[in-house]
Design a protein around this ligand. Structure first.
Ligand SMILES: CC(=O)N[C@H]1[C@@H](OP(=O)(O)OP(=O)(O)OC[C@H]2O[C@@H](n3ccc(=O)[nH]c3=O)[C@H](O)[C@@H]2O)O[C@H](CO)[C@@H](O)[C@@H]1O
Ligand SMILES: C=C(OP(=O)(O)O)C(=O)O
Length: 430
């Protein structure tokens, strides 16, 4: 199993190309099941989750071809991939495939809308909370589907004439359930209105792609989305938007080590709240022609309190990384997690490096320390693992991160991107 060895103490200086967003690419790939035509996606990141979803879509009958090419001068590595699901050969998404990744459950929306039925295993994904699927069930039932849970699977069946447009207000904001209801409603009879919809940029990106395929969606990116059902969707070509979580992660890494880095191919509007927190922590962030420039030349790291929230709030997917940054601040900061009930597993691992963190319910209190010291640590989930890398970049000596398969789910060529900017990060295969 691979591990990552970080030798701390180097500033970051240079250019980091930002990849296409994992959390946009996954629902976009799933949307290809809605049409018998070809959906071409550009800027798809090369990640374990993308490879796993390729296997899942293949199981439903998708024909998938990849054009590998380097897309930007300073070496972006994302790929263009063509997805063609001429026929759906299987409407079952089996446990062995779905249990490894939460987003694979979302195939339920397109399968149900196009084929009138779907049998999908209850999902897996990062162990950051219980992560129920009640909102998906309610949303699909609102469109007329009959849902049964049987042997760890959800069996969903559409009415004879297909799904029926409806008005549904989510009792709680859910990114995944918004994606699924929006996809399912594109082929429903009549108009669907989704209230209290997730406003994440990835939802708006999915709607842009669906509209390019012939869907009639307005309001995506706001909390009310309207979808006028159409008879069928066609193929399209769509570019995946930049990864705001990768952007925020590297911005926090620079704030941590000090230095001067341009994050290429991304933009501030994707993560305003997080950038504001990083600025308050002491980094300067400006927009450039090619992306975002992050600079911290001396001045230390200031303590900043944050609370995670659905977009446009501070993203839960950047909470662990921000905690990594705060371990070296000059005072006391508080981080409150409101989205997932078990997303503090990085606390005990950061403590191995010398961080001083105490937990009270959903709030962590971080007392900044003058020095962190390298140690063996274990990645517990995707974003937790990269918080250990951020801490390792300034820890004295060597930090060895194990279980890096978590990291490979969501960070494309992390070692290479950091090393080009002066870090010392090495993958060790046992
Ligand atoms: C692949 C992907 O895009 N994953 C992201 C997506 O996950 P995901 O779509 O799974 O997250 P949700 O927005 O659905 O979850 C938000 C909250 O709603 C709860 N909930 C959700 C569905 C449901 O049926 N019932 C229910 O109670 C969840 O347990 C959680 O407490 O959004 C999360 C919140 O921004 C991010 O952390 C994940 O990185
Ligand atoms: C939690 C995440 O992914 P997933 O929803 O697939 O578990 C994530 O991307 O941080």
């Amino acid at each position: 199993m691979d591990r990552i060895r970080i030798t701390g103490g180097n500033e970051l200086r240079g250019i980091i190309p930002i990849s296409g967003a994992k959390n946009a690419a996954l629902p976009l790939m799933i949307a290809s099941l809605l049409t018998d035509d070809t959906l071409t996606l550009e800027n798809v990141p090369h990640l374990a989750d993308v490879e796993q979803l390729i296997r899942i879509l293949g199981n439903h009958g998708a024909d998938i071809s990849v054009n590998g090419r380097r897309e930007r001068q300073s070496e972006g590595y994302s790929r263009t991939i063509h997805f063609t699901s001429r026929n759906i050969v299987d409407t079952t998404a089996p446990y062995e495939l779905v249990s490894r990744m939460r987003a694979s459950f979302w195939v339920i929306g397109p399968l149900l809308a196009r084929e009138g039925k779907a049998r999908v295993s209850l999902p897996g994904g990062c162990a950051i909370g219980t992560r129920p699927v009640d909102l998906f069930i309610e949303a699909l039932a609102a469109l007329g589907a009959t849902i049964e849970i049987d042997g760890g699977y959800i069996n969903a069946t559409a009415p004879k004439g297909g799904l029926i447009g409806a008005r549904y207000v989510f009792p709680k904001v859910s990114v995944g359930a918004t994606h699924v209801m929006m996809m399912a409603a594109t082929l429903a009879n009549g108009t669907t209105t989704i209230g209290n919809a997730a406003r994440e940029p990835e939802v708006a990106d999915l709607a842009r792609c669906l509209n390019a395929m012939g869907a009639k969606i307005t309001g995506a990116g706001t909390s009310t989305i309207t979808i006028e059902g159409v008879m069928s969707l066609s193929g399209a070509r769509h570019r995946v938007l930049p990864d705001r979580i990768e952007t925020g992660t590297y911005a926090m890494a620079v704030a941590m080590t000090g230095g001067d880095v341009v994050l290429e191919g991304t933009n501030a509007a994707l993560l305003d709240t997080a950038l504001e927190a990083i600025r308050r922590a002491g980094a300067e962030i400006s927009e450039t022609e090619t992306g975002l420039r992050v600079v911290r030349n001396g001045g230390g790291i200031k303590p900043v309190d944050i609370v995670t929230d659905p977009f446009p709030g501070f993203p839960t997917d950047l909470q662990a990384q921000f905690m990594g940054l705060m371990t070296k601040s000059s005072g006391i900061s508080h981080i409150t997690e409101t989205i997932f009930e078990n997303r503090f597993m990085h606390v005990q691992e950061l403590a191995r490096l010398g961080a001083k963190i105490s937990l009270s319910g959903q709030t962590a209190k971080i007392e900044g320390v003058a020095r962190l010291k390298g140690a063996p640590v274990m990645a517990t989930d995707l974003r937790a693992s990269v918080s250990l890398v951020i801490a390792g970049l300034v820890a004295e000596g060597e930090t060895m991160v194990s279980r890096v398969y978590h990291l490979d789910r969501g960070f494309e060529r992390l070692e290479e991107k950091l090393n080009r900017c002066g870090a010392k990060v090495e993958r060790v295969s046992d």
